[in-house]
Design a protein around this ligand. Sequence first.
Ligand code: B1M
Length: 210
Amino acid sequence: MSKIEEIAAAVAKGKAKVVANLVTEALNEGAAPLDVLNQGLIGAMDVVGEKFKNNEIFVPEMLVAARAMKKGVETLKPALGGEGGASLGKCVIGTVAGDLHDIGKNLVAMMIESTGFEVIDLGVDVPKEKFVETVKANPDCKIVGLSALLTTTMPAMKEAVAALEEAGCKNQVKIMVGGAPITQEFCDEIGADAYTADAASAAQKAKELA
Ligand code: B1M
């Protein structure tokens, strides 16, 4: 088993400390940080999701896997690096109302931050009013990022975009959307400015839009 496969297996089993050690070892052995992220950490969560769908594991197992994944990302973060400097303006990001998934959103926030934005992370289950209020309180905010992982919270994403539009924020910011059930078609339908499928392309797109 390769080191990256070992990382994926440890995440799936929820072994946070082991994951942190394996990530450090993989980096020391010269593994590319993005391979560790995509094949090791994110790949494991796909396996976990599939097992959950097939009733092979349940919410508690998903939770421990999520914690292990977070530990891995924490360890990997310095290696992912970036330009830093926070000179591109602010980006407000959050997971929409009713949705508690934050691993993908955190990755997107981390990559956008490393591109040179100051990120205001509103967390999970964020009401649409909070996005509007935060944009208004931050005139140098250029990007709003909305994440949703559940098909049942896609309407909340639509409502957040509508609220930002109604409040006149769309003159100030570009709205980016993403998350497993989100598509370019849905992005167009709800009037958001950009859809991206993963954290790296979200960071790239944010830079283009700012
Ligand atoms: Co949940 N869950 N979950 N879960 N969970 C999914 C999403 C699910 C697909 C599992 C499955 O059935 N196969 C399913 C949704 C089905 C659906 O809606 N179609 C599901 C379900 C049903 C549920 C509950 C309802 C289960 C229950 O209670 N019965 C419940 C809902 C709770 C709620 O939110 N109200 C629930 C709970 C949980 C946990 C709390 C246990 C845990 C989350 C812990 C946490 O986030 N802190 C959890 C987990 C871990 C998952 C899976 C296994 C993994 C999600 C993840 O972190 N993936 C997931 C299955 C799966 O995704 N394969 C599943 C890794 C992460 C890096 O990917 O978040 O997709 P992702 O982010 C990617 C891209 O999507 C993109 O970039 C990221 C990095 O490349 N991206 C953006 C994300 N946001 C973006 C924003 C952008 C741009 C790109 O621009 C702004």
